[in-house]
Design a protein around this ligand. Sequence first.
Ligand code: NAD
Ligand code: MN
Length: 358
Amino acid sequence: MKTYKIAAIPGDGIGTEVISAGVEVLQALAKRDGSFGFKVDHFDWGGEYYKKHGRMMPENGRDMIGKHDAILFGSAGHPDIPDHITLWGLRLAICQPFDQYANVRPTRVLPGITSPLRHVNGGELDWVIVRENSEGEYAGVGGRAHQGSPLEVATDVAMFTRAGVERIMRFAFKLARSRPRKLLTVVTKSNAQRHAMVMWDEIAVAVAREFPDVTWDKMLVDAMTMRMVTRPQSIDTVVATNLHADILSDLAAALAGSLGIAPTANFNPERAFPSMFEPIHGSAFDIMGKGIANPVGTFWSAVMMLEHLGEPAAATRLMKAIERVTADPRLHTPDLGGKARTADVTAGVIEAIERENV
Ligand code: NAD
Ligand code: MN
């Protein structure tokens, strides 16, 4: 029997609540399937770890997870610690050295869930946003000088490399080609940012020549927000920079009904390092500890993890179980307007996994 080694890093806030639900569901799937298992190692890294040790994860932390088959991540963000420390000390400290340069964020309106967009129901909104995840605006290049004085200066340099842009474009075109509509929108801002974004556009044109079967267009990011709201059916696969896709994908999640549902995968496509799967939401300080976090984003991320591990049947089974549960309003958490708790949704998904003949 194949046993997958999973590194679970719940992190902070509701991250801990949704990851323990996710692990329960994965174990139920393995049991139901019988042909594979999971060995889950838990790492208590995050804000509480920082308070004790002065860092978000141990110095050799990456060595401890570098040989795992996949990483399941909750959220980095603690009410007592500045966000740039938690983010750079944990999430980006894993994504960047593990070269997880392709961040993939599917968006669909799941059965039983209402989009805030009028006239949109299931099927009409089926997007995948590909986010450049290794450079751009989040490259970490920049600095501050003369802190606190009137002369203070601060810069964040958006750094784009030809190699970095080429590989994300190629990844996005390939993904678009694998989907039925073979349709890609390249998001840009080359009207106002006239160096890096112009190179981004040029590389898109060059890579597009390798994919004559993919229809593609180019859209300025501000106009893209409007198109997502007014013409959602015209969109299929999207590729955007680190910052642009960060923002667009929160909008996408909201249009699909709730941030609590949206999944993401941080891929190292070459598989030189483990890839990382996580809900896109953060620690949600306003609801942490209350047992009402929506675990669906984590479950859907687990679906992406199963596909990556090469277990498509289990991935389909879990997705069907999730859809069975979202279709039942009694199993909606408060973010979806319901009264269910994390544990109810988890139990519902596990029951669907055990029952269902898929
Ligand atoms: P957030 O995603 O934590 O919360 C935004 C809103 O959405 C809140 O009202 C929250 O209650 C709600 N929400 C989010 N997930 C939910 C779920 N699963 N179920 C129900 N409701 C949900 O974003 P924020 O408030 O901007 O950030 C809080 C902290 O999380 C910050 O420290 C931030 O840096 C961190 N953060 C981390 C990540 C990450 O690690 N990937 C992502 C985003 C934010
Ligand atoms: Mn974000």
